[in-house]
Design a protein around this ligand. Sequence first.
Ligand SMILES: C[S@@+](CC[C@H](N)C(=O)[O-])C[C@H]1O[C@@H](n2cnc3c(N)ncnc32)[C@H](O)[C@@H]1O
Length: 223
Amino acid sequence: MSDELPEPPEIACDVFTGEAWGRANAYAELLAGPGVVRGLLGPREVPRIWDRHLLNCAVVAEAVPPDVRLVDIGSGAGLPGLVLAIVRPDITVTLLEPLLRRTVFLQECVDTLKLDNVEVLRGRAEELAGKREYDVASARAVAPLERLLRWAMPLLCEGGELIAMKGERAAGELDEAEAELRATGARTAELVTVGRGKVEPPATLVRVVAGRAPERARRRRRR
Ligand SMILES: C[S@@+](CC[C@H](N)C(=O)[O-])C[C@H]1O[C@@H](n2cnc3c(N)ncnc32)[C@H](O)[C@@H]1O
């Protein structure tokens, strides 16, 4: 084990159960080792890998419905998408990331952890616009909510959800995104708190439910 990687906190055994436990530990090692050497994670993050990264991302699973197709926009080193795939074998996860060296690392993690519910896709969210084939889009530290809405909503099927990890900026970003919520045809938008009793502070998410594709809605109104 890397010198700096701390032992997992006790609560981690309740969050990562069964096969997820071994995978979470192996992923922590990959982040602390090759992840740091290859510049995907800052060395100062290593002592915080469990609480700030693995646990904080794992509790997002509380907001993810069963059996969904999830796309993690701007996955970076796999956060939160890879962690969600570890704790939720019922979902299929696409890790969407434009940078080659990050997708190479992500594929190595998927292979090492033997995850069969994950695909790594190199590209930008804008390039997938209009496919609307995902039930959930997740994102952490990728873009302000306004921009994230423009990227994520065209990937979601009607009734699909954007789940954005926003922390203390959540309420402010939701207010600022009012016009974009209307323009992208969002049905509802709300703040959701997850991870009570597991992470401190609990994680604040913005959940936005997609309506009909704006162009299709306009076409229907014209008929
Ligand atoms: C600050 S990193 C966050 C990575 C990870 N989500 C995390 O929380 O550690 C932002 C990531 O978004 C990716 N990104 C930037 N623009 C993007 C776009 N248009 N579509 C998809 N990913 C994008 C970047 O390559 C980078 O890996």
